[in-house]
Ligand binder design. Structure first.
Ligand code: NAP
Length: 307
């Protein structure tokens, strides 16, 4: 498994998104997914305080046990946990970080990310509070999520000399959703900020198990009615074309989806979610296709064809 940098952290190019834990799968199933992901070479796990209202962090801690120090652990704060406060004020950050550390049963978080911009707190105050967490060793690196290019520039401008800056941004990005290419990815390149693509499989649409004219498989997000924005007729048409392209090169759609993200230089880790050990293993193995410039151009042409 290739490794890439997020600030001073070294992460596997395929990571594990943990938003199913505590919400769609229980503690035992979480343990099985984590065991398989680690066995397959994944060392980067991305969760958030709000996933499963705290249970993702709790189940993850239990699943990792003594292996915590051998992995790179990312979590997030800022969205409401159901009741009480949210946001990115210094007081809330102190409270949220303590709560995550306690649920994760650890004394440090490798990458602590602001889940969403807080329009009510000046970014300089947020950075100051996060900087204190770094200074006191409770956090190694800081990142942000759902930030625009403009918000990345504002954050960069607010960093005090010698103080920590955001080393990553986590936004939606996949073959189905390429909006970051317009401005966020170029801004990441300019600032040398790592990009973490969320919904990399478009909620499973790019796994290859959804086919035009066929019902969604049982026990899948498509069947659950989750994320209906992904499972549209237009997207299913696009999937057919992508699948044909992958097959003509001896690869699967899943390999195309993961390898295409890995081919983007700013992408540090493809944090695909998994509900079963088999999915975690397949995703870990899917970054195996070195796409050529010509392959990438042909994929762009398929996009143009369906736009
Ligand atoms: P995703 O990675 O696009 O899709 C994951 C889902 O696809 C799985 O739960 C599974 O669903 C299906 N799947 C995955 N691998 C598969 C395989 N090999 N074969 C068949 N089906 C497969 O979406 P996501 O998990 O929601 O997003 C990834 C991560 O991004 C999250 O876990 C979270 O860490 C992060 N995230 C961040 C934000 C943010 O605002 N920062 C927002 C969303 C997500 P089924 O088995 O149920 O079909």
């Amino acid at each position: 498994m290739e490794h890439r940098r997020i600030g001073k952290l070294e992460v596997s190019v395929v990571g594990l998104g943990c938003n199913n834990f505590g919400w769609r799968i229980d503690k035992k199933a979480t343990g099985a997914v984590v065991d398989e992901a680690l066995a397959a070479g994944i060392n980067f796990l991305d969760t958030a305080d709000m996933y499963g209202t705290g249970q993702s962090e709790e189940f993850l801690a239990e699943a990792l046990g003594g292996r915590r120090k051998s992995i790179v652990l990312a979590t997030k704060f800022g969205f409401s946990m159901g009741e009480g406060k949210s946001g990115a004020s210094p007081a809330y950050i102190r409270q949220a970080a303590d709560a995550s550390l306690s649920r994760l049963k650890t004394d440090y978080i490798d990458l602590y990310q602001l889940h969403t911009p807080d329009p009510n707190t000046p970014i300089a105050e947020t950075l100051d509070a996060l900087g204190y967490l770094v200074k006191t060793g409770r956090v190694l690196e800081i990142g942000c999520s759902n930030f625009s290019a403009e918000q990345l520039r504002e954050a960069e401008a607010a960093v005090q000399q010698g103080a920590p800056r955001f080393v990553s941004v986590q936004n939606q990005y996949s073959l189905i959703h390429r909006a970051p290419e317009a401005d966020v990815l170029p801004e990441c390149e300019r600032q040398n900020v790592a990009f973490l693509p969320y919904f990399p499989l478009a909620s499973g649409l790019l796994s290859g198990k959804y086919r035009k004219g066929q019902p969604s498989p049982d026990n899948s997000r498509g069947k659950d009615g989750w994320g209906p924005a992904f499972f549209t007729e237009t997207n299913l048409d696009f999937v057919e074309l992508l699948d044909d392209f992958a097959a003509s090169h001896g690869h699967s759609l899943l390999e195309l989806a993961v390898s295409w993200l890995a081919a983007q230089p700013q992408v540090a880790s493809v944090i695909a979610g998994a509900k079963t050990p088999e999915q975690a293993k397949a995703n870990a193995e899917a970054a195996n296709w070195q796409l050529s410039k010509e392959d990438l151009s042909q994929i762009d042409a398929i996009v143009m064809q369906t736009a």
